[in-house]
Design a protein around this ligand. Structure first.
Ligand code: SOE
Length: 386
């Protein structure tokens, strides 16, 4: 104890340290939109060492309530004020889809780094514009395709990349939810003016496509899709309106790596909460991932099948990079989000984290969504530009 008290002050030369040895100042985030996903962003910002500096929402009342929930330092009068604020380094856009383009455009014009929720834009030319604007601004611009950050997804990716799995031949799966499964269920995403022409595919199908393209390294080059609007009118009492967007979609596709595949997406599957499931059936092994049980990867072989646990001794370096806790201490969705924001902020600091989903990936999702809509309209196969 005495020794500690007598410790010479040079041991802690914090003031004398050269600037480069001092910890970097925390990045200051501004969040626009404080629904479920805005709050997920807020937790991830803090986990990444950032601060929730300013928040904005559709009204000052909403912003104040949301700002209190996430303990923001300050409430902006509106989104525009937040974007041009001095105390914001990174703008997180969590507002409804039709606002992504104008808000991201303004944030890029202001020279801010941007995290924009998917879909990046509701129309393909707008997604192109944002990719170009981000490149011209020279800032970091990312889209939260966060399922990439499950260690078991990285494990599957590593096993494809190092050849252990063999050539991927068949890719199949589904992404199913039930939160819009009754006629009383209503949400702004149902309205094409707010959510865009595609609802279920643009909201969750794009996650699945991003994930399988990311893990296999293949690109979907052609597809044939069908859309279903199972519930033609939604709402309650006097607030009932006709539905113009799809409740479900199915597609078959081909990849540039010579694989074929199929996907079913739905927001009207009772009991399925957020069931993103895929199987990559390759020459040596099949690998299946289930987002609702993300701690394991099923590995099928001609001989014995096995279940690979996150954090196990045989885990790849890529999976270990996102392993925070010892096996048996479950990691989940928020951890993926935290890792995504941490990698985005690391990119802001000049690093190049591998596998970070950028606006280019948001554009890729918009291209596939366009192809799905075109195919459903023509009832034929459509090529997907690479
Ligand atoms: C709602 O469908 C939603 O929150 C999506 O918008 C997310 O992207 C998905 O991860 C979970 O479901």
């Amino acid at each position: 104890m005495l020794k500690l008290l007598n410790m010479p002050t040079e041991v802690y030369p914090s003031d004398a340290a050269p600037a480069s040895d001092r910890p970097a100042q925390p990045l200051r985030a501004g969040i626009i939109g404080l629904g479920f996903i805005g709050e997920v962003h807020a937790r991830a910002i803090r986990a990444a060492g950032g601060v929730v500096s300013v928040v904005a929402d559709a009204t000052l009342e909403l912003a104040t309530a949301g700002g209190n929930r996430v303990s923001a330092q300050r409430i902006a009068h509106d989104a525009e004020e937040l974007i041009t604020s001095e105390d914001v380094d990174v703008v997180h856009i969590c507002a409804p889809n039709h606002l992504h383009l104008p808000l991201a455009r303004k944030a890029l014009e202001a020279g801010k780094h941007v995290v924009c929720e998917k879909p990046l834009a509701t129309a393909l030319p707008d997604a192109h514009e944002l990719v170009e604007a981000a490149a011209a601004a020279g800032v970091v611009a990312t889209v939260p395709f966060v399922y990439r950050f499950y260690p078991t997804v990285r494990e599957a990716r590593a096993r494809v990349a190092d050849g252990e799995a063999g050539d991927v031949r068949v890719v199949h799966g589904s992404y199913l939810q039930d939160w819009l499964s009754t006629a009383e269920d209503q949400n702004w995403r149902v309205d094409p003016l707010l959510g865009g022409a595609s609802r279920t595919f643009a909201d969750i199908g794009v996650h699945w496509c991003d994930l399988v393209e990311f893990t296999t390294g293949h690109r979907i080059v052609a597809l044939a899709a069908r859309l279903l609007t199972a519930i033609s009118r939604r709402g309650q009492d006097t607030q009932v309106s006709a539905v113009d967007t799809e409740d479900a979609a199915s597609l078959i596709f081909e990849t540039d790596g010579g694989a074929i595949g199929s996907l079913v997406v739905s927001q009207v599957s009772p009991g399925r909460k957020n069931r993103l499931w895929f199987s990559l059936d390759a020459a040596n092994t099949s690998m299946a991932f289930d987002q609702e049980s993300p701690e394991t990867l099923w590995v099928g072989r001609r001989g014995d099948n096995s279940v690979v646990r996150r954090g196990g001794a045989a885990s790849s370096a890529e999976a270990m990079r996102y392993t925070l806790l010892p096996a048996g201490h479950p990691q989940g969705y928020q951890d993926c989000f935290n890792a995504f924001v941490a990698d985005t902020y690391s990119a802001v600091r000049g690093h190049k984290p591998e596998g970070l989903p950028t606006f280019a990936d948001g554009l890729r999702a918009a291209l596939i969504t366009r192809a799905v809509l075109d195919s459903a309209a023509s009832r034929g196969w459509v090529e997907v530009p690479s």
